[in-house]
Write a protein that binds this ligand. Structure first.
Ligand code: IPM
Ligand code: MN
Length: 356
């Protein structure tokens, strides 16, 4: 992209979302002053608070405005007083679907200074990316009930996989693997031994598309085996591509092996449209307003957003500053145990950006 002025939509959302987004914005400002890019911020009030106040989740007019933005920076959606599913389906998944953000990009990188629960594994072992399909599978909401609430009740939930949807996700993963230029190995994560329709399509598409990428080594593993190996041998993986549901599950394994929700960030990518970047930790309502939540995941999401916009120097600078904070300053990634407050961690990142 790399144009003069980016228009960035900011959705602070619920719980600790606004606090961590404020730190990310502070870091973006510092990076912009050094590297000379410009941006306009447009804030949107979406989330549980608004829903409880007005009954609205995501108005169509907002979606139309968001379509015109260069990127969306999202804090967290989720509220203890709202029934599960309403905000997730009504805001987060609706944005992913309507903006056709067909890849959920989840880097899993263990930074120096961060503790992993894996014995004898360090930063050289944990550096992979999961490319999760983000608009299909079980998430489309296809299915229904028969005889609901009776002893004869039937519940059906179908996984929808289209050739087009699968193909564009797999192509994205091959391109990313080439661009990363590390082990140049792409692993398809599926369940071809049981889900013989859905993953037959994935498997055939994967093999056909691999012909266009002779420089990339391909591999296949079932999702259950991958869940085991991500813990036993994370160093085996470079890029993993998978469907929406399996991707949801294995990216939480990824998050915990890289140090947890205090550091894990993700992007919802539409390479031709508007992409959205978020810390994946959720709204953590019990820490709201206490200045104890770790902002580094939101700062990493900001880094991903700048990289996506083509501001690679700023992205690299932010990553270096994060690593400095992790190795020199903070004691733990957990809320309340960092040895610093949310704002102070943000200030440290800014300080290192300015020094570097
Ligand atoms: C994620 C989250 C969402 C998902 C929820 C909140 C709907 O777990 O981004 O991984 O399942 O995709
Ligand atoms: Mn998830």
């Amino acid at each position: 992209m790399n144009k003069n002025t980016y228009s960035i939509a900011v959705i602070p959302g619920d719980g600790t979302g606004p606090e961590v987004i404020a730190e990310g914005l502070k870091i973006m400002k510092a990076a912009s002053e050094i590297n000379g890019f410009k941006y306009d911020l447009i804030e949107y009030d979406l989330g549980g608070e608004r829903y409880l106040r007005t009954g609205e989740t995501l108005p169509d007019s907002v979606v139309e405005e968001l379509r015109k933005m260069d990127a969306i920076y999202l804090g967290a959606i989720g509220h203890p007083d709202v029934k599960p599913g309403i905000l997730e389906r009504g805001i987060l998944l609706k944005l992913r679907f309507l903006l056709d953000q067909y890849v959920n990009l989840r880097p899993v990188k263990l930074y120096p200074g961060v503790e992993t629960p894996l014995k004898n594994k360090g930063p050289e072992d944990i550096d992979l990316v999961v490319v999760r399909e983000n608009t299909e599978g079980f998430y489309v909401g296809s299915g229904g009930f028969l005889k609901k609430g009776t002893p004869d009740e039937v519940a059906i939930q179908e996984s929808i996989n289209t050739r087009k949807g699968v193909e564009r996700c797999i192509r994205y993963a091959f391109d990313l693997c080439r661009k990363r230029n590390k082990a140049k190995k792409l692993t398809l994560c599926g369940k071809t031994n049981v889900l013989t329709y859905a993953f037959d399509l994935w498997d055939r598409a994967f093999k056909e598309i691999s012909m266009d990428y002779p420089d990339i080594t391909t591999d296949y593993a079932h999702v259950d085996a991958i869940s085991m190996w991500l813990i036993k041998n994370p160093e085996w993986f470079d890029v993993i591509v998978t469907d929406n549901m399996f991707g949801d599950i294995i990216t939480d394994i990824g998050a915990i092996i890289q140090g947890g929700m205090g550091i894990a960030a993700g992007g919802n990518i539409n390479p031709q449209g508007t992409s959205m970047f978020e810390p994946i930790g959720g709204s953590a309502p019990k820490y709201k307003g206490k200045n104890v939540i770790n902002p580094l995941a939101a700062i990493s999401a900001c880094q991903m957003m700048l990289e996506h916009l083509g501001e690679e120097n700023s992205a690299k600078l932010i990553e270096k500053a994060i690593i400095k904070v992790l190795t020199r300053d903070i004691k733990s990634l957990s809320a309340g145990e960092m040895g610093y407050g949310t704002k102070e961690v943000g200030d440290l990142v800014v300080k290192y950006i300015e020094e570097l």
